[in-house]
Write a protein that binds this ligand. Structure first.
Ligand code: SF4
Ligand code: SF4
Length: 136
């Protein structure tokens, strides 16, 4: 089964094709207030030191093939990406595409430490495919 299901035409209208976007990262300026975590539609935000799973906040169950071709169990626990401050799992972050018109973590962060990562770019189509991969 393809990991890139057909994208609903109405979403393509809202998010023009092949527009380059930047992933969102949390910087060391994070004050660990926790405001962003419940706002994420993909459960892509975790507290520092917490393990993360594909199944958290998604429809993913059982054996899955990730978008980069790895086979893992949806309930597998992965190492924290940061031990000290909240972090974003890039593989789960859609930059809120498919849910909201702006990154919700950045919108609520009181210290503006949810910022674009200039080294990581994805197109609107890739972000929508990621959203559809996670949410049936
Ligand atoms: Fe979650 Fe949206 Fe922030 Fe990505 S940009 S971590 S999807 S709230
Ligand atoms: Fe850190 Fe900002 Fe999230 Fe608060 S809202 S936990 S300061 S990234």
């Amino acid at each position: 089964m393809s990991n890139y299901p057909q994208i609903h035409q109405s979403l393509l209208y809202l998010y023009p094709k092949n527009t380059s976007r930047m992933a969102i990262i949390i910087t060391d300026e994070c004050i660990n207030c926790g405001a962003c975590e419940p706002e994420c539609p993909n459960n892509a935000i975790y507290e520092g030191g917490a393990e993360w799973k594909y199944s958290d906040g998604t429809s993913l169950t059982g054996l899955i093939t990730t978008l980069d071709g790895n086979e893992v169990m949806a309930d597998d626990e992965f190492e924290p990406k940061d031990m000290d401050v909240y972090y974003i799992v890039t593989d789960k972050c859609t930059e809120c595409v498919g849910f909201h018109d702006e990154p919700q973590c950045a919108a609520v962060c009181p210290v503006d430490c949810c910022v674009d990562d200039p080294d990581y770019r994805e197109t609107e189509d890739e972000l929508l495919a990621k959203k559809d991969f996670m949410h049936l």
